[in-house]
Design a protein around this ligand. Structure first.
Ligand code: G3P
Ligand code: MG
Length: 258
């Protein structure tokens, strides 16, 4: 008798993840946002990682610091010492004044203390070096976080390819392919990379593609889902997990059991 296939990996993911931490209620990608996500019951979080100019990996989304700090300038021009002088909380709300940019190491420590699952997006902003990012991030993260609590995701094909070369075993390194609009050959990408999951912008996802992805060996995740009706529709299409700025609200206001 042929052994039955292993259960779909989607079963291990919760149906929501907190986008950039609990970014609806705390400054995105900060330690406070991750603590807040945990306090509201999130089991997994999505965060962005990139490098400062001195090579330190930090949890940050944009290529510059204007939107989410009290400073100006490009991330690639900052040292850790100068990045740590920035206030990255008060732009969001006065009560977060004094929040500091989190290094990857600080964030990994918190993620482990709270026992959270981590979907870490390697963010390769314009002009940045995907390989350098992988070399700095991959060994640290793989050493700190057990494989079952970790997905490394990226829009960047080079980053994804280098990660798979560094760790060829798909059980030990779960890769998530990010798409704004899925290409026709998404299944080829996923097979080549031995991906774990496909992470798609729900606004560009048709029912047909969603259902094909959900029936594939890969888990389907969607970002950024904040409307409960959209969440219900995506779940009906087979989406395993919705990445949301406020997962608690999404669950409360929808008919989906968390
Ligand atoms: O990982 C999903 C989502 O975070 C991708 O877009 O711009 O929010 O990093 P962005
Ligand atoms: Mg992201």
């Amino acid at each position: 008798m042929t052994p039955s296939p292993s259960p779909p990996v989607a079963d291990e993911l919760p149906c929501t993840m907190a986008h950039r931490g609990l970014s609806a209620h705390a400054p995105e990608n900060t330690l406070s946002a991750v603590r807040a996500a945990h306090e509201t019951g999130a089991r997994w979080i999505e965060l962005d990682v990139q490098l400062l100019g001195d090579g330190t990996p930090v949890i940050w989304h944009d290529g510059d610091v204007k939107r989410c700090s009290n400073g100006r300038g490009r991330l690639r021009d900052l040292s850790l010492a100068s990045a740590k002088t920035l206030d990255v909380g008060s732009w969001f709300e006065a009560k977060f004044t004094g929040e500091r940019m989190a290094t990857l190491d600080e964030m990994l420590e918190l993620v482990n203390e709270l026992g959270l699952g981590l979907n870490l997006e390697l963010k390769v902003n314009r002009g940045r070096d995907a390989r350098a990012l992988v070399e700095a991030v991959l060994p640290r993260v793989m050493e700190a976080v057990p494989a079952k609590r970790l997905i490394l995701s990226s829009f960047d094909a080079v980053a994804l390819g280098v990660m798979r070369t560094r760790q060829p075993d798909p059980e030990r390194l779960r890769l998530g392919i990010l798409y704004q609009r899925p290409p026709r050959n998404w299944a080829d990408d996923a097979a080549r990379l031995e991906a774990y999951s496909l992470h798609v912008d729900w606004r560009r996802l048709s029912a047909r593609t969603a259902q094909a992805m959900a029936a594939s060996p890969y888990s389907l995740l969607c970002y950024t889902v904040n409307d409960p009706r959209v969440f219900e529709r995506l779940r009906a299409w087979g989406v395993a997990s919705a990445i949301s700025d406020d997962p608690g609200r999404l669950l409360r206001q929808s008919r989906i059991a968390g």
